[in-house]
Design a protein around this ligand. Structure first.
Ligand code: F6R
Length: 268
């Protein structure tokens, strides 16, 4: 795992975007980038940096595929708070990813079985697209990844999950009262997320420090779903100073941030 710490919001966004673009080069094949997309405030700066790369001719998402991490159950895909609509306005319209290439889990159905079957099909659709090359992630203050709340199976697949009470409270500001917040969602599983070529997780602010310390340096545990990053061979965690305050190995991360560029190949 690489832990990269920026000293401002704009530096965090830039570092994250560089790592997304490099990940698409490293794990992509052909001209069709396949991105996994997170909603939430953490990756907004990163999406703006990707848009800047498009303007500068360094990236092109016009033929890309985007797979959302998660979607609420019980609200229409056209509902303004659906993650589909959120991703259309915060990602598609920003980086130029066509709406018809944005895939989101199906959160509406006549029966639970129908939603379960659609969730299984979502994993198949990711596989049919050749797999997610770079998965963009945020992390909840409780350590959740996607909507894999604490207690989620570490090898889980895309499926229905109950939202934690804290997550519903955190998201109530987007709805007209807590009772209007969906109780369930469909989320990529932790096992699904781990299949992406590279994971790029962005976290900022002191409210994320505890979750980051547990995810990066704590034991691998369903109690902190973010700790599955430790299993991934190409995980990049991009933090601001506040989110990094709980890390014990900070000096090592700073030394290692230069990557292989300052390696001394011949010492005698
Ligand atoms: C988003 C998602 C969540 C968020 C997490 C952090 O699709 O699944 O895991 O990434 O709740 O949210 P923010 O970035 O708003 O703090």
């Amino acid at each position: 795992m690489r832990v990269l710490i920026g000293n401002s919001a704009s530096q965090v966004a830039k570092i994250a975007a560089e790592n997304v673009l490099a990940g698409l080069t490293a794990h992509g094949s052909g001209n069709t980038p396949v991105l996994g997309l997170a909603t939430g405030s953490s990756p907004l700066g990163l999406y703006r940096e990707l848009a800047q790369a498009v303007r500068e001719g360094k990236a092109d998402f016009s033929a890309a595929r985007g797979f959302a991490l998660d979607e609420y159950i019980g609200i229409r895909a056209t509902h303004p708070q659906s993650y589909r609509q959120t991703l259309i306005s915060e990602v598609c319209n920003v980086i130029g990813l066509p709406e018809h290439f944005l895939f989101t889990p199906q959160g509406l159905g006549e029966t639970i079985e129908e939603i379960e079957a659609a969730a299984a099909n979502y994993d198949q659709a990711i596989a049919a697209a050749g797999g997610i090359q770079v998965q963009i992630l945020g992390i909840g203050a409780n350590g959740h990844l996607g909507f894999n709340e604490p207690g989620s199976a570490l090898r889980s697949r895309t499926r229905i999950k109950r939202l934690a009470a804290k997550t519903r409270q955190d998201n109530a500001r987007f709805f007209e009262g807590l009772e209007r917040v969906p109780t369930h969602c469909v989320t990529q599983g932790l096992g699904t997320i781990l299949e992406a070529g590279r994971l790029v997780l962005v976290a900022t602010g002191a409210g994320k420090a505890e979750a980051i310390a547990a995810a990066v340096e704590g034991p691998l545990s369903a109690s902190c779903p973010g700790s599955v990053l430790q299993l991934h061979p190409d995980a990049v965690v991009v933090l601001d100073e506040a989110a990094a305050t709980g890390l014990k190995l900070r000096d090592y991360y700073d030394d290692a941030a230069a990557g292989l560029s300052n390696m001394q190949l011949h010492l005698d």
